[in-house]
Design a protein around this ligand. Structure first.
Ligand SMILES: NC(=O)c1ccc[n+]([C@@H]2O[C@H](COP(=O)([O-])OP(=O)(O)OC[C@H]3O[C@@H](n4cnc5c(N)ncnc54)[C@H](O)[C@@H]3O)[C@@H](O)[C@H]2O)c1
Length: 412
């Protein structure tokens, strides 16, 4: 007999919204996290990150008793794994969090249980989960167990809406697993449920983010080529996109975040030597921050600026997420290469600079007003909406490096 209906392992950006939406649908949900601080905060009904709608939904779920949170799993009929899947220094997938998650729930597993992997993973990971579980619980080798991969495609800033409205791909280890997992997602998902096998679902998720990465790499490479030729890349893209079948994305200072900058490496690792294009796209995007640093360094050396303002630090516009942000590495490298140059960082979405900046006494957090009043060299790294409101007459008088094309009409 199960204590609850669904046990969600990993209460981060994916596990938390999934848990509160399931709890709001009426399921008895238990969330598990190895981080005691996360458990303590969530148990009080306080969300660990900002996301529209999540605070109210979390408070309601805790108040109704449909959601409980602790550091250990409870006996359940369904287990959802939503733990991190990073890459290591050699860009190889690190599935150790998934292995630990499976080890923690294995003692509770029983006949007819459903195990769902939501973490973005290399192809074959759903099968790996089954292997690990049955290795630990040899007594369940003849039991009927169900395994599925149901990847997430929500966008930060709109997670609570998209978790309900997006279509879902549900890949089963076998047809019954796909059917059972689909039933769970149908209980709250208004988008279509697309059933397939687990390996197809795993590769579909990796394909989505690899497609984005390759297309961004094209735009980034184009920006380097245009710069070399002294041609305005924003104008090139605007004109090329007048072609009815061309749709080039916008270049930037690099690719960040925990998905697009990471997931293509899972695809590369899943079929070693078979994806030179996707691998090259990763390398092109990873090289873009270096190009931006060279541009800033050239400007500092030429003009003799002793200080500058950097606008934006997050990995994309209008979010507070700094994970894998190219802007963070650009600022760090700049501060280390030019210790005599003061770098004022304007980032309205954070209250304090990242811990890694403590090593540099030439970086400070500044307001937009003070940066515009005091700095001559302005480097735009993130196209937050608030930066769009800077009057052009203020910018005319400045030395500008615009990596996002926010002020393309100024011809910078
Ligand atoms: N954040 C997104 O927008 C997004 C979108 C699609 C897919 N994903 C994928 O979802 C997965 C989770 O990502 P996230 O952003 O939620 O990560 P996250 O870092 O925000 O949260 C993961 C949580 O899991 C906890 N954890 C780690 N190991 C654990 C264990 N053994 N038992 C219990 N808890 C454990 C961590 O303490 C952390 O709180 C990743 O594979 C990611 O690639 C994320």
């Amino acid at each position: 007999m199960s204590e609850i209906d669904v046990c969600v392992v990993g209460m981060g950006y994916i596990g938390l919204p999934t848990s509160v939406v399931l709890a709001g649908t009426g399921w008895r949900v238990h969330g598990v996290d190895i981080n005691e601080h996360v458990v303590e905060i969530l148990s009080q009904g306080i969300a660990t990150f900002e996301e529209p709608g999540i605070s109210v939904a979390l408070k309601d779920s805790i108040a109704t008793g449909n959601l409980t949170v602790s550091s250990s799993p409870l006996t359940s009929d369904v287990y959802i794994i939503a733990v991190p899947t990073p890459i290591n220094e050699e860009n190889q997938p690190d599935t150790s969090y998934i292995k630990s998650a499976v080890e923690s729930i294995a003692p509770l597993a029983k006949h007819n249980d459903l195990f769902i992997l939501e973490s973005t993973s290399p192809v074959g990971t759903t099968e790996m989960i089954r292997d690990i579980l049955l290795d630990i619980r040899q007594d369940l080798k003849t039991a009927k167990l169900y395994f599925a991969h149901c990847p997430e495609r929500v966008i930060p800033g709109s997670m609570m809406k998209e978790i309900i409205s997006n279509d879902r791909v549900v890949g089963g280890y076998d047809a019954q697993s796909a059917e059972l997992a689909s039933n769970l997602y149908r209980s709250f998902c208004q988008g279509e449920i697309h059933q397939t096998d687990a390996r197809t679902a795993e590769l579909t998720k990796l394909t989505e983010n690899s497609f984005r990465d390759v297309n961004i790499a094209f735009a980034n490479e184009l920006s380097v080529v245009a710069d070399h030729l002294g041609v305005n890349v924003w104008e090139i893209i605007e004109l090329a996109n007048k072609h009815p079948r061309v749709q080039i994305l916008q270049p930037g200072p690099g690719v960040g975040g925990h998905c697009i900058a990471v997931d293509p490496w899972f695809l590369v690792a899943s079929a070693p030597g078979k994806s030179p294009l996707i691998r090259s796209a990763r390398l092109v995007n990873d090289s873009k921050p270096g190009f931006v640093i060279d541009k800033i360094a050239e400007r500092i050396r030429k003009s003799g600026h002793s200080s500058l303002a950097v606008l934006g630090l997050t990995f994309k516009a209008n979010v507070d997420d700094l994970r894998e942000s190219p802007s963070v590495s650009i600022v760090e490298q700049l501060a280390s290469e030019f210790p005599e140059v003061a770098v004022s960082v304007v980032e309205p979405y954070i209250k304090a600079l990242p811990q890694t900046f403590v090593a540099f006494d030439n970086i400070c957090l500044a307001t937009l007003e003070s940066a515009l009043a005091n700095e001559q060299l302005i480097v735009l790294l993130v196209d937050h909406d608030i930066f769009k409101s800077i009057p052009h007459h203020v910018l005319f008088a400045k030395d500008i490096i615009d990596t996002r094309g926010l002020w393309k009409e100024l011809g910078v």
